[in-house]
Write a protein that binds this ligand. Structure first.
Ligand code: ARG
Length: 277
């Protein structure tokens, strides 16, 4: 091989190497969508690693309800409900972004599409089913009464002559209205459960009625507060569901399939610690 031929083949080699490098670089950059999600904030779909589109849903919640949904020390929305939704999303291959809307605003937010769905320990009720669609239940709960340690309250009936704090528009609010009357002035309806409990701490209320898990969590994380809980057989089982806009069948089916798979694999019970019958 003479010098000319040699330099020609060397040039060809250089060109090939360069072309290969360009290919590798391009291939690499098409993967970037997977990791950089700050660039598509608010996007409905996201480029996934294999080039497919991943749907992204905005999920509303009232993150003042530990252990179900709350803000941790780093300011992140966490909790059992959040874990359930994240597990469904992973199972079904979509992305989620949580938004702390608060409790009362959560319902119109689902209705007007501000959020795609809601997870917030929401009890599936006949009343709510008229206006929203719910997934299959993923959690079962009951009301629980919280009173000061020296209270004489032994059952729900004993609240007849008491001032009772609740979180507004919750099932706890409903059962207390059932006992004291729809417009009773003995009822203190607060925006959040922590505020309702605060009403009892500062002496404005003599009892709180709310879902068992957050009441028990409150007792656990505030051992210095002298409260006790009272159960009552008249409280019915309540089933939590994920709430979507009425008629959004596609999303409902996606979520239901996720719940079904998590039930079958035992993952749901692993996350919640509760068996849904
Ligand atoms: N389960 C009750 C209801 O649906 C209370 C839920 C309140 N949830 C919350 N995150 N504050 O009415």
């Amino acid at each position: 091989m003479n010098f000319k031929a040699l330099s020609k083949s060397f040039l060809a080699f250089l060109l090939l190497t360069f072309a290969a490098l360009v290919l590798v670089a391009c291939g690499g950059s098409s993967d970037e969508g997977e990791t950089s999600d700050s660039s598509n904030e608010g996007a409905e779909t996201e480029q996934s690693g294999d080039g497919g589109e991943k749907a992204k849903y905005v999920v509303g919640t009232d993150a003042a309800y530990a252990p179900m949904e709350y803000i941790d020390e780093s300011g992140e929305i966490v909790g059992i409900d959040i874990d359930v939704v994240n597990a469904i999303a992973e199972e079904m291959g979509f992305e989620v972004e949580f938004q702390n809307t608060g409790w009362d605003p959560l319902f119109p937010a689902v209705k007007n599409g501000e959020v795609d769905f809601a997870v917030s320990s929401i009890t599936i009720t006949e009343e709510r089913k008229k206006e929203y669609d719910f997934t299959e239940p993923y959690y079962v709960a009951k009301q629980l009464i919280l009173v000061p340690e020296d209270s004489d309250v032994e059952k729900f009936e004993d609240l007849k002559d008491k001032r009772v704090a609740v979180q507004i528009s919750t099932t706890g609010h409903e059962v207390v209205k059932g006992l004291l009357g729809e417009t009773s002035e003995q009822i203190l309806a607060a925006d959040t459960l922590p505020v309702a409990i605060g009403e009892m701490i500062n002496g404005n209320a003599e009892a709180v009625v709310a879902d068992n898990a957050p009441v028990l969590e409150y007792m656990k994380s505030n051992p210095d507060v002298k409260f006790k809980t009272v159960e009552d057989d008249s409280f019915e089982k309540e089933y939590y569901g994920i709430m979507v806009k009425k008629g959004n069948t596609e999303l409902l089916e996606l979520l239901n399939e996720g719940i079904k798979r998590l039930k079958e694999s035992g993952k749901l019970q692993e996350i919640t610690g509760v068996e849904v019958d």
